[in-house]
Design a protein around this ligand. Structure first.
Ligand code: SAM
Length: 238
């Protein structure tokens, strides 16, 4: 399958493995990943955030409706899907208490000022049980015919050392563990370049080891003042 689909399948595998109830996708684009995740019966709440939500929404709003496709995988639990217009570097208290936050091909679109704010918002404030971040691996770029940025809107493309250095520092600062993997394996003669898309899987450290996910009941941060920076674009409920 094409690389973008491999990234979505990677997240689906994570959802199958860890069974998160509340999942948010920052920089959700046309919400294709959310459309795929609605079929996972463990998921009760799906949220998408993107600054360009209006432009993107026309695409998939039909496919997003929670009820469509129910016959394929009957759900026991209700599902709500909320789409927000907003930026991953703005704090919004409606994103607190999530089990999983995904940022698929997002960080390379942030300028240096926004990239500097990103860890404090996502890890410090939203503080989900788990974060999955994917970004292009520039070590792989020489295998492409033209060795430039893969997309003109990319502000940077990190090699494996740069990404792992950034991610390890973020994990340490906010008490997460991080593991590195990726999708898009290199050909056998170029193993050293690593995956085409590099991925960091961050898990929040908990006092009780092994209960790092689903450990924070919804509403446990009620002391946190309400803060609404995002605009609701669409709410779809079963
Ligand atoms: N995650 C989607 C996917 O994998 O198909 C879309 C990836 S697309 C390469 C990058 C997305 O990030 C775009 O939809 C863009 O609008 C969004 N984006 C850019 N800056 C953002 C920000 N500050 N906060 C949230 N999303 C942002």
């Amino acid at each position: 399958p094409p690389l973008y689909k491999q990234r979505y399948f990677f997240v689906k595998d994570i959802v199958n493995q860890y069974k998160p109830k509340k999942v948010a996708d920052l920089g959700c684009g046309n919400a294709t990943l959310l459309c795929m995740l609605k079929f996972h019966s463990c998921v009760q709440e799906l949220v998408g955030v993107d600054p360009l939500m209006d432009r993107l929404l026309d695409w998939n709003s039909d496919k997003l409706s929670p009820s469509i496709g129910d016959h394929l995988d009957p759900r026991d639990l209700d599902l709500s899907i909320v789409l927000y217009r907003g930026s991953a570097v703005e704090k919004d208290s409606r994103l607190l208490g999530f089990d999983l936050i995904t940022c698929i091909e997002l960080i390379e679109h942030l300028d240096s000022e926004d990239l500097a704010k990103f860890p404090e918002v996502v890890f410090g404030y939203f503080s989900p049980g788990m974060v999955v971040i994917s970004t292009p691996n520039s070590d792989f770029n020489p295998l492409f015919p033209a060795s430039t940025f893969r997309n003109s809107d990319h502000k940077f493309e990190w090699n494996q050392t740069q990404f792992q250095h950034w991610a390890s520092n973020v994990a340490k600062l906010y008490s997460y563990t991080v593991e590195f993997t990726g999708v898009g394996a290199p050909p056998p003669w170029a193993k050293h370049v690593g995956y085409c898309t590099q991925i960091g899987i961050f898990k929040k450290k908990q006092p009780d080891p092994g209960s790092w996910i689903l450990a924070k009941p919804t509403g446990s941060r009620v002391s946190e003042p309400e803060e609404h920076a995002y605009q609701v674009v669409s709410i779809l409920c079963e």
